[in-house]
Write a protein that binds this ligand. Structure first.
Ligand code: HPA
Length: 276
């Protein structure tokens, strides 16, 4: 059973009654080193607010409150994936907690395979749109109007102003950056070579098993989104190297080193846009 949003948020508020995050951050596989940069962290296990977790290797499940570069954040270290068989309510709950705690924006990261030969492992792609190949959608079911509207526009879902700011920050730090379309599969299998060829024709630049359900829920509740595909491999069939979860974690750490530099600078740069 997924706890209600109000139950979960009041359990979290007991740990930090006066903490008001401005930005949420979801860390994907192998990307957890950013959480170590959080100052004065208050780490709350998901179980403490009633959410049971799947426990994939490489995903510890903690909600962490604290500051990054002086900006108050709520960081979700250890996301829930639909392929774990968890309900989409649980996936949605984590994003809605971010909003209910007061954040106006969310940074959603995810390990991904690249469909562009020139964008290899260790690179980062700023997501500018998505293609959803999940068989369902976390907003299916009765709509709670208090949270968001029944029909949600996904135009500019990946906030173009945020993307410009992130690209500028990357440029200032001298970190090469890419932009492109993220295609979400349910997983847990990696794609077949034929699927990757098909996804290329459809216009995908990166493929992964997360991000999109969270982006949909975030847009529903009015959070502005920065989506980042952390490239951990060339997609299946594009290289002689086999795609494995271990490889994902290894190259995830390489991208994490870049994200640790860029995300704090990005937060500082967007903070003035999030007041009021
Ligand atoms: N496909 C799907 N998900 C992934 C991949 C991939 O190639 N790499 C990391 N996550």
């Amino acid at each position: 059973m997924t706890p209600s949003l109000d139950e979960a948020v009041s359990a979290i508020r007991k740990y930090a009654p006066n903490f008001n995050p401005k930005v949420g951050i979801i860390l994907g596989s192998g990307l957890s080193s950013l959480a170590e940069q959080i100052q004065n962290p208050i780490a709350i296990p998901y179980q403490a607010f009633g959410l049971s977790t799947g426990g994939v290797a490489g995903h510890a499940s903690l909600l962490i409150l604290g500051h990054l570069n002086g900006v108050p954040v709520v960081c979700l270290k250890g996301r829930l994936h639909m392929y774990e068989g968890v309900s989409s309510d649980s996936v949605a709950l984590l994003v809605r907690i971010v909003r209910q705690l007061g954040a106006k924006a969310i940074v959603i990261t995810g390990a991904s395979g690249s469909l562009r030969r020139e964008v290899g492992a260790g690179e980062i792609m700023v997501i500018n749109d998505h293609i959803n190949f999940h068989p369902s959608n976390p907003l299916v079911g009765p709509n709670n109007e208090a949270i968001g509207p029944r029909f949600v526009s996904l135009e500019n879902a990946y906030d173009s102003e945020f993307n410009e700011i992130f690209l500028r920050v990357a440029g200032q730090l001298g970190i090469p950056m890419h932009t492109g379309v993220y295609l979400a599969t349910l997983g847990p299998v990696f794609e077949t070579p034929a699927e990757i060829r098909a996804y290329k024709i459809l216009g995908a630049d990166a493929v992964g098993m997360s991000v999109v359900p969270e982006v949909i829920v975030a847009r529903h509740c009015g959070l502005r989104v920065l989506g980042l595909a952390a490239i951990t491999n060339l997609a299946v069939g594009m290289s002689t190297e086999h795609v494995t979860h271990e490889g994902t974690l290894h190259y995830g750490e390489l991208t994490a080193r870049k994200l640790v530099k860029m995300i704090p600078e990005f937060l500082k740069a967007v903070e003035p846009l999030l007041d009021g």
